[in-house]
Design a protein around this ligand. Structure first.
Ligand SMILES: Nc1nc2c(c(=O)[nH]1)N[C@H]1C(S)=C(S)[C@@H](COP(=O)(O)OP(=O)(O)OC[C@H]3O[C@@H](n4cnc5c(=O)[nH]c(N)nc54)[C@H](O)[C@@H]3O)O[C@H]1N2
Ligand SMILES: Nc1nc2c(c(=O)[nH]1)N[C@H]1C(S)=C(S)[C@@H](COP(=O)(O)OP(=O)(O)OC[C@H]3O[C@@H](n4cnc5c(=O)[nH]c(N)nc54)[C@H](O)[C@@H]3O)O[C@H]1N2
Ligand SMILES: [Mo]
Length: 760
């Protein structure tokens, strides 16, 4: 039997600090994975469940979006995948009795960790106006309540429909169809806070907002640059790909303000050498950059390449690219002094990187949140594209752009139309197929949804998964905005903070997870997902659902749509709920690349979506060519005495879901309220390791936000930079501090001052 959840919050967040590690995975990771899983699921269920992760007849790991290899290993999961599975397959349950015991006020006072540890939601719950507790409610009544609120709105644009990235293709397709038949494009999603900057930059330059590599391209690359990503924690299976690339002779440059253990050495738990030996050294060159310095770095590398005889792939540039002259003029103006100031790197380091680039025929650049969550993220990623285009590193083996996605189906959800700015062609296809007129005005993204709720322009908030109030920036503003809504609804697997900060009325609708058997009137169903590399495959859960009352996400959307749209909709919602093949037939007719969906997804491993730049160097941009761009170089200027804070993930969390209080690779245990600072920066503030500090962020409009009581950890980060965990530090990120163009919260560049804490 699994242990009971903790009755109390841990008395105190009391971080202990040891030495950071210099390698990732290996035997300890296997042990950690198994212990974490057994605590939640017991021994037998752990073995049965984990062996099905990422197998061709199993379910897609609800962890990250890293692709499965053609022939998955018998244990194709990682420590953190095992934790993600265990969180969902836990035997702990949140029942109506739990809600009877705890008022919403009580729950709102608990930590996210404690809430998550209570187990799986079992029953639809309703919080009536003025009540202090949720009470059980029938599904029909719940849908009736939502329909009632949606019908009285002045306009469909007074509702927003959020999506987190675990939702399957089938559920996502139905959900966006419902929202659009109802009449709005208000479909914000977690992508708005995540890789939106990548999408914006890639659509403009290459014509496709997705990565241009297959897994095999990593194996074949001569050089892989990993910028702004911590794969040892967030995409551990990527380390196997890097290891394979190294075996094939590749070199790796990591660009990061932090030395991340997973990028230093990898001890592959699936090989004897990895289990007991020292493993494989991954990084050949570590560029310890200042936060936000990446655009300047790539700009200077581009200038140096332009200056080097024969370094530019002139044939590719002449044949496939647009805008070269303008870009080249801007790049030639890049100066050493400014670049060294922006990056904090030395001339020798940049020259070494240049030589490695010149020695490599095929280059892949991988990146994640370290590049996407800054004010100038879009131009930064466009500069990465310039860098790759210069040497023809797009659309040939071993080369390309690799934005490594977060949530396991975040890329698929976008493909299915979860987007507040849908393309006209997509709406045309919906219109043809379903015979209604979809709204054409663009809808609200995450930040604009918060503004609209804050200002009373949006009154109903509906979430398909996720934890909106904890994941969004400016926690206090977001929570106040949420409280102003008339109705907040969450389709969820686990309890989280968003259930405790509610509108006037609130509903929790419990749903099946990936690991669970989904049986509908026509029999057992499977769903499909798309990974970070555009591969679509089936996912089948096998476990008995956490409760007999759970409905699947497709069933919830179908029933809601019938109730809200009634006879006004000609869409066969009931048929969709009964048999997901009927949904896939429609996807095949509406979404390009899904022709013969049902047949092709039946093949082991599924199929890969077409991608013009990758497959044939065709670029669906306005000119039909790949676009060089010439944006001004920007980097964060930090006022005297302030630090630049990035908010990031520990090894023991999945976004807002906290698995435990340790960050093993960084040597931190037993607590999350820590701020990692360079020893000299700490000393300048009179702060010793182990002292407690308050963090105050300063925004350009003069406003300030404070988060109190963080243990100072002397850490080898870049001078002038600091790091602390999300979501505890989301209070510090101003709502208006977002990336230009993509509107993604600038969660990785928050200007803060550190002061000694009055109390812990
Ligand atoms: N176990 C686990 N897996 C996950 C998640 C999880 O929470 N837990 N989350 C999932 C999701 S949704 C996502 S989006 C991904 C996130 O995956 P990551 O992007 O790896 O996650 P972060 O912890 O935000 O780490 C950002 C990295 O960028 C570096 N960085 C910060 N600022 C800069 C900068 O200015 N320049 C450079 N070059 N580097 C910088 C940080 O030091 C850190 O190493 O992981 C996914 N997978
Ligand atoms: N400061 C700061 N803020 C950030 C970030 C950062 O780096 N720094 N990162 C941003 C990023 S990259 C992202 S992606 C967002 C994440 O934002 P979200 O996706 O909104 O947050 P999660 O924490 O992943 O959501 C967890 C909840 O999802 C529900 N859930 C889990 N599985 C399922 C399922 O199968 N179905 C349904 N319906 N519900 C399920 C559970 O109830 C769980 O509590 O946060 C963003 N916020
Ligand atoms: Mo993400």
């Amino acid at each position: 039997m699994p242990a009971k959840p903790p009755a109390q919050d841990p008395v105190q967040d009391s971080p202990e600090v040891g030495e950071p590690r210099h390698s990732a995975a290996g035997l300890p990771a296997v042990g950690h994975a198994m212990r974490a899983a057994q605590r939640q699921m017991g021994v037998r269920r752990t073995a049965l469940t984990l062996l099905r992760v990422n197998q061709q007849d199993g379910f897609d790991c609800p962890g990250c979006a890293w692709p499965e290899p053609g022939k998955p290993h018998a244990a194709e999961f990682c420590e953190n995948g095992a934790k993600a599975v265990a969180e969902e397959a836990t035997l702990r349950r949140v029942t109506p009795a739990f809600f009877a015991e705890h008022t919403v006020g009580d729950l709102a006072g608990r930590s996210g960790y404690w809430l998550g540890q209570q187990g799986r939601l079992t029953t639809p719950m309703y919080l009536p106006e003025g009540a202090d507790r949720y009470e059980p409610v029938g599904w029909d009544e719940a849908f009736g309540l939502i329909a009632e609120e949606l019908r009285v709105l002045g306009s469909p644009d007074e509702a927003v429909f959020y999506t987190s990235g675990r939702t399957s293709n089938e559920a996502a397709f139905l959900y966006q169809l419902f929202a659009r038949e109802y009449g709005t494009n208000n479909l914000p999603d977690c992508s708005n806070m995540c890789h939106e900057s990548s999408g914006s930059a890639l659509v403009e330059t290459l014509g496709v907002g997705k990565g241009s590599v297959h897994l095999e391209d990593l194996h074949q690359a001569d050089l892989i640059i990993v910028a702004g990503q911590n794969p040892g924690t967030n995409h551990p299976r990527m380390l196997s790909a890097l290891e394979k690339a190294k075996e094939n002779g590749a070199r790796v440059i990591s660009v990061n303000p932090l030395p991340e253990a997973g990028l230093e050495r990898f001890r592959n738990p699936q090989t004897p050498r990895g289990l007991t030996g020292r493993g494989t050294a991954l990084t050949d060159l570590f560029l310890q950059i200042r936060i936000g310095g990446d655009q300047a770095l790539f700009r200077l590398l581009n200038r140096l390449l332009l200056e080097r005889e024969g370094a530019v792939d002139t044939e590719f540039v002449a044949g496939h690219c647009h805008g070269f002259e303008e870009f080249a003029a801007a790049a030639r103006a890049a100066g050493w002094d400014e670049t060294l100031a922006a990056t904090g790197l030395s001339r020798a380091e940049i020259e070494r990187a240049l030589e490695m680039v010149l020695a490599s025929r095929s280059v892949v650049v991988c990146w994640a949140m370290g590049l996407t969550q800054h004010k100038h993220s879009v131009p930064t990623i466009k500069e990465v594209v310039n860098f790759l285009l210069l040497r023809g590193n797009i659309g040939r083996p071993g080369a390309g752009v690799c934005p490594v996605r977060g949530h396991s189906n975040v890329q698929g959800d976008r493909t299915m139309g979860i987007y507040e700015k849908p393309a006209g062609a997509f709406l045309d296809a919906l219109e043809r197929e379903f015979r209604f007129s979809p709204p054409r005005e663009h809808g609200l993204d995450v930040v604009d949804s918060i503004r609209a709720m804050r200002d009373g322009r949006v009154k109903v908030f509906f979430a398909m998964g996720g934890n909106f109030v904890a994941a969004s920036p400016d926690t206090e503003v977001t929570e106040d905005a949420m409280r102003r809504a008339r109705l907040t609804v969450h389709v969820s697997t686990k309890l989280n903070r968003s259930h405790c900060v509610t509108g006037t009325r609130a509903l929790i609708l419990p749903t099946l997870g990936r690991t669970e058997r989904d049986t509908q009137a026509s029999g057992d169903q499977f769903v499909t997902v798309e990974d970070s590399m555009g591969k679509v495959h089936a996912s089948r859960g096998r476990l008995r659902p956490a409760s007999a009352e759970l409905l699947s996400e497709p069933a919830i959307v179908s029933r809601l749509a019938r109730r809200v749209l009634g006879a006004g909709s000609a869409t066969p919602w009931e048929e969709f709920e009964t048999d997901y093949r009927r949904v896939r037939e429609r996807i095949a007719r509406v979404v390009p690349g899904f022709e013969d969906f049902e047949e092709r997804v039946a093949a082991p491993g599924g199929f890969t979506l077409p991608h013009g730049p990758r497959d044939s160097r065709t670029f669906p941009t306005a000119t039909g060519k790949a676009h060089f761009t010439a944006s001004p170089v920007e980097y964060p200027r930090v006022p005297e005495g302030r630090l630049l804070l990035q908010t990031l993930r520990s090894h023991d969390q999945y976004n807002t879901t906290v698995y435990g209080l340790d960050d093993r690779y960084r040597g931190i245990t037993g607590g999350r309220r820590v701020v990692m600072v360079h020893p000299r920066d700490a000393a300048e503030r009179g702060l010793a390791d182990g002292d407690y500090a308050d963090l105050t962020s300063e925004w350009t409009d003069g406003s300030e936000r404070t988060a109190r009581g963080f243990r100072v950890v002397h850490y080898p980060t870049t001078r002038g930079c600091a790091a602390a965990y999300y979501p505890e530090t989301n209070v510090l990120v101003p709502l208006d501090s977002t990336a230009d163009v993509s509107n993604t919260p600038a969660s990785k560049s928050v200007v803060v001052r550190l002061t000694r804490a009055a109390e812990r």
